[in-house]
Design a protein around this ligand. Structure first.
Ligand code: CA
Length: 220
C-alpha cells in the first residue's frame, strides 16, 4: 500500500517513514505543499498523511485544491494545531480524519486502516478468500486456520489482490503499491513475490494474465 507523507519536520517525517515502512507500507515523503501536489500528479496513492503548517503552500490550501479538483483519496491531517477551529477547518476542507501531534504510531495505523476500509466501502476488517483470512491490522494470514508467514511485500501484494477480487492488477500497479521512491525494484521483483505466494499457499491462487498482470485464481 503506497502512501504519501507530507511533513516538513525532519525528525517526525523520518520516524514516521520508518514506522510505516516497518508495517509494510511503501512511503513517499515530501516536505512542502508544492512537492505534495507534484507527487500526487505523478503517482497513485492509497492515502495521504498531511501536515498543515508547511512551506511553500499550506496543507489546508493543498487539501482544498485537491478536493476542488475532484480528488477523493483519503487524507488524514497530522497537526500540532490543537485549536478546535483548526480541526474544524481541516475537516471542512475535505480531510477524512485528523490526529494531533504528538500521537502514537499505533493509533495512526489504526486510523489509516479505518480510512482505507471506509474508502473501499468495506466495514469488515478481515479479508476472506476461500480458506485464506488476511488481517491487515494484525498483519496475519491464515490458511485453513493455520498461520502462514509472509514477507512484508508478499503480504502487501496478497492484500492488494484480495482487496480487488476479480480485477487484474498490472505489474506497474503492484510495483507502485509495494515500493516507494528510492527503493530499488528488481525487474522481476513482482514475479518473485507471486512465485513465493503460490508456493506458500496454492499453485492456482494467483493467475498470470499474459501481457496484462495478475488476478486472483483458485482459492486454496
Ligand atoms: Ca509543519
Amino acid at each position: 500500500m503506497r502512501v504519501l507523507l507530507v511533513e516538513d519536520d525532519p525528525m517526525i517525517g523520518d520516524s514516521l517513514r520508518q514506522g510505516l515502512r516497518a508495517e509494510g507500507f511503501a512511503v513517499d515523503w515530501v516536505q512542502d505543499g508544492r512537492a505534495a501536489e507534484q507527487a500526487l500528479d505523478t503517482h497513485p496513492y492509497a492515502l495521504v498523511l498531511l501536515d498543515l503548517g508547511l512551506p511553500k503552500k499550506d496543507g489546508l490550501a493543498v487539501l482544498s485544491d485537491w478536493r476542488r479538483q475532484g480528488i477523493t483519496l483519503p487524507v488524514l491531517i497530522l497537526t500540532a494545531r490543537d485549536a478546535i477551529s483548526d480541526r474544524v477547518r481541516g475537516l471542512d476542507s475535505g480531510a477524512d480524519d485528523y490526529l494531533i501531534k504528538p500521537f502514537d504510531l499505533d493509533e495512526l495505523l489504526a486510523r489509516m486502516r479505518a480510512l482505507l476500509r471506509r474508502h473501499a466501502g468495506r466495514a469488515q476488517t478481515v479479508l476472506d478468500y476461500g480458506a485464506l483470512q488476511l488481517d491487515p491490522a494484525r498483519h496475519t494470514l491464515t490458511c485453513h486456520g493455520q498461520p502462514v508467514v509472509l514477507s512484508a511485500r508478499e503480504f502487501s501484494l496478497l492484500q492488494a489482490l484480495l482487496e480487488h477480487p476479480g480485477a487484474v492488477l498490472s505489474r506497474e500497479q503492484l510495483e507502485d503499491r509495494l515500493y516507494g521512491w528510492g527503493q530499488e525494484v528488481e525487474s522481476n521483483a513482482i514475479e518473485v513475490h507471486v512465485h513465493n505466494l503460490r508456493r506458500k499457499l496454492a499453485p492456482g491462487l494467483i493467475r498470470t494474465v499474459r501481457g496484462v498482470g495478475y488476478r486472483l485464481g483458485d482459492p486454496p
